[in-house]
Design a protein around this ligand. Structure first.
Ligand SMILES: [Cu+2]
Length: 126
């Protein structure tokens, strides 16, 4: 009897383990499919500034850069660069938006929040 219980437990582990393995083979964890990139910029809108200082964003031309805008304020913000065709629309508190900068142009381009004129900086594409 006791041996039967052990056998059932062991067999259960083997079945669950193999199902997990087969599941991973058929449907690999999603992060493995995503190209890891060092070129991600996170901009947090907080205290009516992007990352405290509205920093200049340095981006390489002909290389897509992921851009995440996160609103940590209670008021709405947006992120706009007309020249680069980026507009997140209004982000409410705790809302984020993932977009990107991809340009074959070089130069300095303005970004800003349409609600707060002081939230303004440069995207430098080299
Ligand atoms: Cu704003």
């Amino acid at each position: 009897m006791y041996h039967n219980i052990i056998a059932v437990v062991v067999i259960s582990f083997i079945i669950v383990g193999s199902m997990w393995g087969i599941g991973n083979l058929l449907n690999p964890p999603r992060e493995k499919n995503i190209q890891k990139s060092n070129d991600t910029i996170l901009l947090v809108a907080q205290g009516n500034a992007f990352n405290h200082t509205n920093p200049t964003l340095h981006v390489s031309s002909n290389q897509p850069t992921k851009l995440i805008i996160l609103n940590k304020d209670f008021v709405k913000h947006d992120f706009i660069s007309e020249e680069l065709g980026i507009n997140t629309a209004y982000l409410s508190a705790e809302q984020d938006f993932v977009t990107g900068i991809a340009s074959n142009k070089t130069g300095n381009f303005t970004y800003y929040c349409s609600f707060h004129p002081e939230m303004r900086g440069l995207i430098e594409i080299t």
